[in-house]
Design a protein around this ligand. Sequence first.
Ligand code: ADP
Ligand code: MG
Length: 587
Amino acid sequence: MIRKLPDNIINQIAAGEVVERPASVLKELIENAIDAGALNIEVRVVNGGKSLISVKDDGCGITQDELPLAVERHATSKLTDNDLFNINTFGFRGEALASICSIARVSIKSKSKKCDDAYELRCEKGNYDISPTMLKTGTIIEVTDLFFATPARLKFLKSDHYESDACAAVFLNAALVNPKVSFRYAEDNKERWNLSAVDDISERVADILGNEFCENMKYIDTGSDSIRISGFISVPNYNKATSSNQRFFVNGRYVKDKLLSATLKNAYKEVVPIGRYPACLLLIELNNDMVDVNVHPAKTEVRFREPDLVMSKLYGVIKKQLTSGMLGQQASSAMMRLGLQTAPQDVHQQEFSKNKTSYSQPRRYDFYKSSVLDLKHENSNVDLMESAEAYHVEAPAEEGMFGHAIAQLDNTYIVAEKAGELIIVDQHAVCERITLEKLLNRESIESQQLLLPEMVVVERSDVEIVMQNSEILSTLGMVIEKMSDDTLCVRGVPTILGECDANGLLRDIIDELHNCGTASTFENKIRLVYATMACHRSVRAGKVLSIPEMNDLLRQMEVTQNIAQCCHGRPSYLRIAANDFKHMFER
Ligand code: ADP
Ligand code: MG
């Protein structure tokens, strides 16, 4: 027998989609407060929101007559012209309060600006009553005993600690993009955040995300246009093992969008190691009809009308900063401080959390001790690039941002000095980057024939992958022929590489092609092959360099994009200010 379900069950089904956990309730309540025009919002969360979630605001309030409608499904004051493509508010589906009321005990106290009296609606399992109450302004909504009506869902909740953090994250995301609203947040009756209203988002970002985040961020703004992108993107070396430091807001709404994240990743791919994530806080604003927000019941996903336009604009603005904006030149502030505390090979694997970057207890005095012992000053007269085409830059006389070389450490690091700063450069890492950028900027790559073709015996799958990519490889100057199922013949290599180990180069290229998989784009493969070539062509760690050679390299660093990281995204230099030495010597 087919029958219509009772309203309360319908609401509980809807709640399954809207209310996943306490944080989802909090998100809906804060959004309602902002939609109501509140300028002050106070949040309380107890036991991770399982016992209590309360949001108090000073918005427009709800009249006595409208209180029952507020908790009724598909009843909203927001979709005034019934146009789902012209939504200017967070809410529009009219189902959040109805859903929440079906699974928790709810009290809504409200004083509408339209009348003098305040009323309270109490609701449990879909039944409600209304009575007069005392309230000067706005609305207080209290949600207690979440999921008491659907105990099975309680089992899916995690620890109080986890749920608290999820609530705090929702709160902070709302606070970040609404700087003109003051926000307070108490957890288990202790105040955790007290954010006064500020003029612009930079101040709010500093209040919430702290100095370290701000030091490593660059503000961008494409200006008002049909698509405006503004906010903060990080220097490449400020990256993390997860994407938790990436936030995207579309028309003020925090969204999780795979396309946006993928575009960010793509824009940074030359400068951030695989598996690491740069930070961002980006606001994308576009006309309401350019984006469909009615895709997901919790409204955390959106669908762009013209995703290509949005993505190419985002990609373009980030790329511009990384190149002409010189964002790729800057080492992160954490990187500089980590130089004082951590073994260099660990640097890029560290989480750059605040406690690990404090100045208080430098642990690596021995690092400096050994550096003094290994300093070398001799001239070597060795070609910088070990190839026919060494790069030369006019004037080492004029000192740029990387100063002048004073010594080489362990035949691997250039030690340079620049007005009050010590700069330590990984010679192989910067040479790789310099060569890669030169390769990428070339229109075509000439090939030179090898006098003696190189026969390379490999696996069958290696022969296959080389043949599948023969077009890419010949564009890049590698002339390779298949001799048999397991033998390849290298007849030509790029002229730019000069005399090189053709066998080793081919094997490394094969490894890269296997690693990047069949789905990888043509452009991506070209980049990987270039990176391999750059590695082969560059001066190695362990090579003695003279002071003029080192200065030459420093000057080339100054005119090379993305120099703060090698081809694989690892950091290429550290800066230590004289001030930092002061701390070490406790002066
Ligand atoms: P929606 O936000 O999609 O309209 P909700 O169920 O969240 O749906 O809220 C229903 C209605 O209740 C809103 O349209 C609004 O009129 C009213 N409302 C909810 N919260 C508040 C609040 N804090 N202040 C004023 N009005 C509110
Ligand atoms: Mg709502």
